[in-house]
Design a protein around this ligand. Structure first.
Ligand SMILES: Cc1cc2nc3c(=O)[nH]c(=O)nc-3n(C[C@H](O)[C@H](O)[C@H](O)COP(=O)(O)OP(=O)(O)OC[C@H]3O[C@@H](n4cnc5c(N)ncnc54)[C@H](O)[C@@H]3O)c2cc1C
Length: 1021
């Protein structure tokens, strides 16, 4: 960093935008209102029609992505296979994996020449289909396989496929280096000039904004590399000269996520302290050269943050470069807050008397935003769910940008002919200066026509990079070209007539196209289970109540139960069983469901308790409360569905009925690592099945449990059906499990304690009682060389270090293919260095302390041993002063079997082993460890993932994602072997294990004869 670089300090966060999750109809209708009387859509169609017709008269060549996708849409198996290959094949380093991947993807699709329909490309398309169909013949598993010839053939086909994907990718990259890209830009400008017969300003009409391709930074080293490449690009673009105007000169687009691995709302202070000085070095260079520098728009959870950052940078720009008009950013119209973003940007410009260049886009992360909202149980979607709504919003934002012409130079990025025609109409009516923008490789046909009007300047967004860096971008473009709703896709489809293609989107708003996240789960047997309510920690309105609750929480002491109290409680619960069990299932279910609803409404209170007592981070607390709510609602539904009993078939003259009910007093013993979710899950399952419950929470976390028991009583669970018995395992736990009135035991905790309980139960006289145990694991993640290292490292960091590694599902052993191991290990080292370890009450903390001194001591001893026996990879150094912090760390071990010596280290400690690629052998070695809880698999070879899952003796397998955070009713959780007895928590078979079963057979013919049969009724029941 040069010494002149100013420091940036994050001030208090300002809420500049409204709540993102307002009803979609309202938001759209408001946007629509701003457009009333502003657009003549008949004129839009009249302007757009000739462009569309001209493009359709001169279709794209057969090798262009549009053509390929028309033949093999992404909704088809073939299209999907192409996408998967495009995403992964170029990065695979070894021949074996490349062959396996190609065979896997081409093998599952049906690239058949016969399928090619009529149309202008019939012959060419047929040829390409034939080529692919032919390729299949040479791949392993296809007909004609055999010996060396087939192997050579395979390599040839793989090489050909690699080349085909390179060709596909090249359509979207202007050059591999900035110099190459600039040369290409120059050639395109010359071509335009000559087509305009030397018109003087033709050069100015075609501008470029260069984008340096790559995945987002995961480490400081990545960020440094991107910074250098941006600096290098700005130097190259300016060529040491000062441009006449940023509006007519080429410029650069930058992504904050490339310049800083922690560009997140929760890392606000570090964003200001670390990212902004980097951005400033780019701004300085761009401003000195008078170029346009645009900040790309990324995911919604950074939207508020991006405005604060803009404000801070603008303040500095106003001081250092008050006359520079090249600073800008992209605004996404698909955001429900888009109009307010435009206003907020204009306000910042006015505040500092600057003029920004603002690029209006529709938005590139739509599918991801919808998924994030559903996963998080958020109050709604932050983006529109109907394409038409995004179009309305785009036009409303365009209108607003034009209205802010004094402080904004608008840049309209779209490939949609209808949108372009509407923008031209609006801008010209207002007499505003503006430019249009397109992506390199997209919208070429439409803009060829649009640019026949010499008054329309166009800037091309021009990605620069090598093949390896292109893949994520290429997949985005495949999706954009392939989506049914997208304009470019429909333009390439002659079946969509022009009138429909250019139809006005200006219609009244409609409700969300998808159920809101609260109603995600479809009705099951006529009942809808409501999803638990989450919180968007990046939105102040959602976060503030949680932070206030944390600050206000005081833990209260929970008295330990004496031996006499245990005795009394067991007697009382036993006495209470008959009446509780006699209640109809629906009544018990209603009480448990009510408890879920109460808990759902007390998210903040319970988050406060969890932070203070279990030292969890806020994100983990929200997830835990949600899990407990889901348990209540799910088990209530399951009870009604499965415990109502059933009539069984049999011979005539008798009736047969199966009835299910509680067994008596169930002892539930839960751990401190999920003091609310596991505690509640066990207790409500036992209760709803008709048992009364003696609940023993972990010694470390009685306050959370006590509050939950109060809540259950408030919901209607009688006092003699549920009792909290807090105290040490050795006394209270032992007394409960050994108690003659205990009719069953449900336990979650260590394998060691599970064994003790098992022996206690075996040694006990009296009835043989069921034992449900869920214990730990030596959980592994297997990564082959087709996996994306950045995705792997994200999954590793979440799985191994979240909750300070104190989850039974946590990743303990990473097994990485030799071909990519060095790179992945290096990235893990860098990612570890970025984790903040400290007080969990701070939003910025990633990893809090371990639970108590004993746990801390155990981990330290394991670390000492690993320090001697393994090779240290790295550890987090961003540690603040707080008790019992264990900085997350990773070690490389020579062999998987080495894990046996470690056992389960219940903390943020990861061990890494290298793998030669033998699929069966690796699974055999992992199975031999004896545990069977969770397994992660990272591969793009679907058949390999399936094979590994089949061979794995584990309860939960996760492919290409993290391996923690099982969702109730979605990923029922629990293992086998040393990891537990089953059944799975949050699954359809759980409640049955808590039940006693009874059949009732009545001889209906006993009283004299078989009246039903004689009356002519079929069957005897
Ligand atoms: C120069 C340039 C720069 C860009 N920079 C960025 C950037 O910084 N950040 C960014 O996010 N994107 C960026 N993009 C990508 C851009 O978001 C997409 O290319 C654009 O959305 C495609 O819009 P269109 O008008 O060309 O196509 P259209 O087909 O008219 O619109 C497609 C868009 O509609 C939206 N959409 C699709 N289905 C639905 C639905 N069911 N409900 C609601 N909305 C839906 C999506 O945003 C989708 O991308 C940029 C694009 C260009 C041309």
């Amino acid at each position: 960093m040069p010494p002149s670089t100013p420091q940036f300090v994050a001030g208090p966060q300002q809420a500049r935008l409204p709540y993102p999750y307002r009803p979609e109809v309202e938001v759209v209708d408001a946007a629509l209102g701003t457009l009333r009387g502003k657009l003549d859509w008949a004129a839009v169609i009249a302007a757009g029609r000739p462009w569309v017709e001209a493009v359709r008269d001169k279709p794209a060549p057969f090798w262009a992505m549009e053509s390929l996708l028309r033949e093999y849409p992404i909704s088809s198996a073939e299209g999907l296979a192409l996408m998967r290959l495009a995403e992964a094949l170029l990065r695979v380093p070894d021949v074996e994996t490349a062959i396996a991947l190609t065979a896997d993807q081409l093998g599952r699709a049906d690239f058949d020449a016969e399928q090619v329909t009529d149309g202008p490309h019939r012959i060419l398309a047929g040829l390409s289909a034939n080529a692919i169909a032919l390729s299949k013949k040479f791949l392993p598993g296809a007909e004609g396989e055999g010996g060396l010839l087939a192997r050579l053939g395979s390599k040839t086909v793989v090489a050909a496929t690699v080349r085909a994907i390179q060709l596909l990718g090249r359509q979207f990259v202007l050059g591999r280096t900035i110099a190459e890209a600039m040369q290409e830009a120059q050639d395109q400008r010359k071509a335009l000039e000559s087509s305009r017969r030397g018109t003087k300003d033709a050069g100015n009409a075609l501008r470029f904004s260069y984008d340096m391709l790559g995945e987002g930074a995961r480490t400081e080293r990545d960020a440094e590399r991107y910074l250098a490449s941006y600096q290098n690009a700005i130097a190259a673009i300016s060529r040491g000269q000062v441009a006449a105007s940023p509006q007519t000169a080429d410029g650069i687009s930058i992504k904050f996520s490339a310049l800083f691995s922690r560009y997140e709302d929760a890392q606000r202070e570090r964003v200001f302290a670390d990212l902004l000085p980097r951005v400033w070095t780019l701004i300085e260079r761009a401003a000195q050269a008078n170029l346009n520098l645009t900040i790309d728009a990324e995911e919604t959870d950074r939207l508020e943050l991006s405005l604060d950052v803009l404000d801070a940078l603008a303040a500095r720009v106003a001081r250092s470069f008050p006359l520079w008009g090249g600073f800008g950013l992209a605004v996404q119209a698909y955001q429900t807050r888009a109009l307010q973003v435009v206003d907020a940007v204009a306000e910042i410009a006015r505040k500092y008397q600057l003029r920004f260049m603002v690029r209006l886009v529709k938005g590139a992360y739509w599918d991801g935003e919808i998924k994030r909202a559903q996963e998080g149980g958020l109050a709604g979607y932050p983006v529109f769910t109907h394409k038409e709504h995004t179009d309305i919003s785009y036009l409303a934002c365009a209108q607003r940008l034009i209205a802010h012409a004094d402080v904004i130079y608008p840049q309209f990025a779209t490939h949609n002919a209808g949108t372009i025609a509407a923008i031209l109409q609006m801008a010209r009516t207002a007499g505003a200066a503006f430019e249009m923008q397109r992506l390199h490789g997209m919208g070429e046909g439409v803009y060829r026509e649009v640019m026949k009007d010499e008054g329309v300047p166009v800037r091309v967004y021009a990605p620069v990079g090598e093949h390896r860096d292109l893949l994520a971008y290429l997949v985005r473009r495949l999706l954009e070209n392939g989506a049914n709703s997208s304009f470019v896709h429909q333009l390439a489809d002659n079946a969509v007539d022009v009138q429909r293609l250019l139809a006005s989107p200006l219609n009244p708003g409609r409700p969300s196209a998808f159920p809101l996240p609260a109603y995600l789960y479809p009705a099951d047997h006529g009942k809808q289970r409501r999803n638990s309510t989450g919180a968007d920690l990046a939105v102040i309105a959602d976060r503030a109540p949680l932070e206030a609750a944390v600050a206000a929480t005081q833990l209260r002491a929970v008295p330990e139960a004496t031996g006499a109290e245990v005795e009394a409680a067991m007697a009382r619960l036993d006495a209470g069983h008959d009446s509780w069990n006699a209640r109809p299932v629906a009544e018990r279910a209603a009480i448990v469901r009510r408890a879920g609803d109460l808990l759902d409404s007390r998210l903040a209170e319970f988050c406060g308790l969890l932070v203070k007592e279990a030292h969890k981070t806020l994100g983990d607390c929200v997830a835990e409360v949600r899990e407990a709510v889901d348990f209540c609602r799910y088990y209530a539904d399951q009870a009604e569905l499965r415990l109502a009993g059933e009539v069984l078939p049999g011979p005539t003259g008798e009736s047969n009925e199966l009835r299910l009910g509680g067994r008596g007093v169930f002892v539930c013993i839960s751990p401190w690592n999920f003091p609310l979710a596991i505690f509640s899950g066990q207790v409500v399952a036992a209760l709803v099945a008709g048992n009364t419950v003696a609940a023993k929470p972990a010694e470390q976390t009685p306050a959370v449990a006590a509050r939950m028991v109060e809540l259950l009583h408030e919901a209607g669970v009688p006092a003699d059906a549920l009792a909290l018995l807090h105290g040490p395992g050795e006394t209270v736990g032992a007394a409960l499990t050994a108690h003659p009135l205990a009719a069953g035991v449900c336990f979650t905790g260590s394998t060691q304690v599970a064994k003790i309980i098992q022996r206690t139960l075996a040694a006990k006289d009296g009835p043989i009682v069921p034992f449900i145990a869920e214990t730990g694991g030596l959980n592994a993640m297997i990564v082959d060389s087709s996996a994306l290292p950045e995705q792997v490292v994200d999954a590793v960091v979440q799985s191994a270090f979240r909750s300070a590694g104190q989850r039974c599902s946590a990743l303990r052993l990473l097994v990485v293919h030799d071909g990519i191991a060095d790179g992945v290990i290096e990235m893990i080292r860098g990612a570890l260095a970025e984790l903040n370890v400290g007080d969990p009450a701070f939003l910025a903390t990633d990893v809090g302390p371990v639970i108590d001194d004993e746990a801390f001591g155990n981990i330290q001893r394991s670390l000492e041993r690993l320090g001697r026996e393994a090779k240290a990879i790295g550890a987090s150094t961003r540690t603040t002063a707080f008790p019992r912090l264990v900085p997350p760390c990773a070690y490389e071990i020579p062999a998987i079997s080495g894990m046996k010596a470690s056992g389960e280290i219940f903390g943020p400690v990861l061990q890494v082993a290298r793998w030669n690629g033998d699929v069966d052998a690796v699974m055999h070695e992992i199975n031999a460890l004896g545990y069977g809880l969770t397994l992660g698999i990272q591969t793009r070879i679907d058949s390999r993932a399936q094979r590994l899952a089949r061979l794995a003796k584990v309860g939960n397998v996760y492919v290409n994602r993290n391996m923690i955070g099982a969702v109730v009713g979605v990923q029922p959780f629990g293992g086998e072997g040393l990891s537990g007895t089953g059944p799975k928590a949050g699954g359809p078979h759980y409640l049955l294990r808590f039940c006693a079963e009874q059949t009732l057979t009545v001889n209906t013919a006993a009283a004299g004869g078989n009246a039903a049969l004689l009356a002519g009724e079929a069957g005897g029941h």
